[in-house]
Design a protein around this ligand. Structure first.
Ligand code: ZN
Length: 148
């Protein structure tokens, strides 16, 4: 913990998972995975070997910021540190990576599988000991409606 993140997220902010997110030159977050130079499998989170062929010839690769919602659930009884209700689900990225994520931009009702989503860095929870905010990857629903 204690890694530096974009100033917008506060000097003392920490990432929930270190080493999987970097802030690009444009200030936006990027998830970092690994790509196998042998079979071109792309995995996330990064590993020192290929999950498909077990080759150790892997390199860091930036993953796409935009993906597609594959499945989701609305959590109505949140675990400690999470304010329910909230949405979470699996997002597919063009590289073939599928990852679990909290979803922002949900207010009520159901969601639609296939909805475009865009990566953001958001406050996930608060450190139970230090009470400092913890940031991590999150996907915002409706990438097409983005304000940029
Ligand atoms: Zn491989």
């Amino acid at each position: 913990m204690g890694s530096r993140v974009h100033p917008e997220y506060g000097e003392s902010a920490s990432l929930v998972v270190d080493g999987t997110i970097r802030i690009a030159e444009d200030g936006a977050p990027v998830l970092v995975g690994t790509e196998c130079t042998n079979c071109h499998y792309v995995g996330f989170p990064p590993t020192s070997f290929c999950r498909r062929c077990l080759s150790e010839n892997v390199t860091s690769v930036d993953l796409s910021r935009e993906g597609e919602l594959r499945t989701y659930t609305i959590v109505r009884t949140g675990q400690e540190g999470f304010e329910a209700p909230y949405a979470c689900g699996y997002v597919s990225l063009p590289e073939g990576v599928r990852l679990y994520s909290l979803l922002t931009g949900w207010e009520s009702g159901g969601l639609e599988v296939g909805t475009s989503v865009r990566l953001i860095l958001d406050k996930i929870t608060v450190d139970s000991e230090s009470n400092e905010p913890l940031f991590g990857h999150c996907f915002r629903l409706g990438a097409g409606d983005a304000d940029d």
